[in-house]
Design a protein around this ligand. Structure first.
Ligand SMILES: C[S@@+](CC[C@H](N)C(=O)[O-])C[C@H]1O[C@@H](n2cnc3c(N)ncnc32)[C@H](O)[C@@H]1O
Ligand code: SF4
Ligand code: SF4
Length: 535
């Protein structure tokens, strides 16, 4: 009988931190993941999983909205006729830990790292797999897909791998390849394991920028050793805003050749997809990468598992390059004309603002002279009447920036800051660190007395009610490209601010496009985003 369902609901399970889930990416817009129930190790609640599966199928086939409706995996067909096993599961995804040896800028492990320390390493997995195998809940030819966190540094990883190889189950292991695992190499050699490493860079500098640590050489060394086993070793490249240029692509393919890679997988950054931030350069990068790989005899595939047909069309827009590359050159010509015009407009605006900026510098100087005699207990400037002049000057700086005004405002902020000077100062926010009433907050990063460049991460929290989302956050210093993020659900986001050169400072404005109000507490304030240096 035909009914609406998906492969995840029918035969898969995701072991998450403190929960089990049906699937592991938010497929239906901003509806989030589809949970089954809480779970924190011990006996797997098999009956509860069966009941939740039955309930979700009924709901997905009923008239009411569900977390699944809108997902492109949901299909109407005869699922029973297609079933390959009578066991409860044919695939188990392991993601119950977030311990890791990299800080990839696109990854939830880094970006939303608010797992309590007690849960970073996850609950013991060996008993879970023993139960699944012994009670026959996992198909005899079932598959285990390791995500996480970094599996090779999880306690018991080698033991579980060996056990699952003995029981004849296949495993796919997503690994950073920072740590070389002899068990993984052995599994590859025996053809019982597939491994994937997302390298995401062709140069050491880009690797460090995308992956957050300088592990380029050691990773290529491990990847080469895994490939030399002759097993199923893939290298992946997540094409995104800072790694899609021709230089990185060419050097990456040369490295793949050197390491003997026989399988290359490409994907976009799913966050950029969700945020609608995939650039034209990245889309062109897909075509360039496919072209370069094919010319070097490396089989390449754009992984479509998580992309809907429209997204797939977008990332393959310039493939094959030989036929469609001219469209990008046309795009580039138009974009460069647009940029030239924007530069001209900006210069004209700066000229117009020069007098006002000069007055602002004088105003900042006079405030500074007055401020010197006042002792402030707080570094925060609540957006009150008294502070309005300083906040006005900060706004001017982030709209029409000027190095002298920036230096004066940094000095002004530091004159009231008792904290360590290299720590960012946050201004214009409430005492509990929120931007209020749609007004911007400001972050000052001061490297003026530092012998080294200063790079800082900040945390931005949005806890709006479901009906208030999406909330768009914009961080801007008026000089570089603005950073934009759309909050689709209540979350805390880590953002690495651009590196500030030694001897300089930067002032960033932080704005949201709308405000929201607490529903439960009796708090009349209109919130934007919470700005903190840690969580
Ligand atoms: C979370 S990682 C964990 C496994 C392992 N540490 C690794 O790096 O392969 C699982 C997979 O998700 C991918 N991933 C994480 N964030 C992503 C994003 N924003 N877009 C696309 N893929 C992403 C990684 O590349 C990796 O292949
Ligand atoms: S959201 Fe999509 S993939 Fe996840 S369980 Fe629902 S239909 Fe399946
Ligand atoms: S190595 Fe894997 S888990 Fe760690 S931050 Fe990178 S993608 Fe995420």
């Amino acid at each position: 009988m035909e009914y609406v369902s998906c492969e995840w609901i029918e035969s898969r399970l995701v072991l998450e931190q403190r929960a089990v889930k049906f699937c592991c990416i938010g497929h239906s817009g901003n509806k989030g993941y589809v949970p089954i129930c809480d779970y924190d190790g011990g006996k797997l609640p098999v009956e509860e999983i069966k009941a939740a599966r039955k309930r979700l199928i009924e709901q997905n086939n009923g008239p009411d909205d569900t977390l699944c409706k809108g997902c492109h995996f949901l299909q109407k067909k005869d699922w029973d006729a297609e079933r390959r096993t009578t066991a409860l599961l044919d695939t188990v995804y392991v993601s119950n830990f977030s311990i890791c040896n990299l800080h990839c800028r696109y990854c939830f492990v880094y970006l939303e790292e608010f797992t309590p320390v007690s849960h970073v390493a996850g609950y013991p997995l060996l008993p879970v797999f023993e139960q699944l195998v012994q009670e026959g809940h996992l198909a005899h030819d079932g598959k285990i897909e390791w995500g996480g966190g970094e599996p090779t540094i999880v306690k018991g990883f080698a033991e579980i791998m060996r056990m699952l190889m003995q029981t004849g189950h296949t495993q796919q292991i997503h690994t950073s390849s920072v740590k070389f695992s002899p068990e993984l190499a052995e599994g590859l050699r025996l053809g019982k394991v597939q491994a994937v490493t997302s390298v995401d860079a062709g140069t050491r500098e880009t690797y460090k920028e995308v992956k957050g640590r300088d592990r380029f050489d050691v990773v290529w060394e491990s990847v080469g050793k895994y490939a030399a086993t002759g097993g199923d070793m893939s290298v992946k490249y997540i094409l995104r805003k800072n790694n899609s240029d021709a230089e990185n692509i060419r050097q990456f393919i040369a490295r793949c050749r050197g390491a003997g890679i026989k399988k290359l997988v490409l994907t976009p950054d799913f966050r950029e997809i969700a945020q609608q931030q995939v650039t034209e350069e990245t889309i062109y990068g897909f075509a360039l990468m496919v072209d370069e790989a094919e010319r070097n005899g490396i089989p390449v595939q754009i992984r479509d598992e998580y992309l809907n047909p429209e997204q797939m069309r977008m990332v393959t827009k310039y493939v094959p390059l030989s036929e469609k590359g001219w469209r990008y050159r046309l795009y580039e010509a138009k974009a460069s004309a647009r940029k030239a015009l924007a530069r001209l407009t900006k210069r004209t605006r700066a000229l117009g603002a020069a007098l006002a900026t000069q007055r602002a510098i004088e105003r900042a100087q006079s405030l500074l002279e007055k401020e010197a005699s006042i002792v402030h207990p707080l570094q925060l400037l609540e957006p009150s009447e008294r502070e309005a002049p300083i906040l006005g000057l900060l706004e001017r700086q982030t709209l029409t920036p000027h190095p002298r005004l920036r230096a004066k405002l940094t000095e002004l902020a530091n004159s009231r800051n008792s904290a360590v000077r290299s720590e960012p100062v946050v201004l214009g926010i409430s005492a509990d660190a929120w931007t209020l009433d749609g007004k911007p907050g400001y972050v000052i990063v001061d490297a003026s007395a530092s012998p080294q460049p200063v790079a800082k991460d900040m945390w931005f929290t949005c806890w709006a009610d479901k009906r208030d989302f999406p909330v768009r956050l914009t961080i801007s210093d008026g000089i570089g490209e603005d950073f934009e993020h759309t909050f689709l659900e209540p979350t805390q986001l880590r953002v690495p601010l651009p590196e500030v050169p030694a001897g300089e400072s930067r002032i960033f404005s932080v704005k949201t496009d709308k405000t929201w109000r607490r529903t439960s507490l009796n708090d009349p304030r209109e919130f934007g985003v919470r700005i903190t240096t840690s969580i």
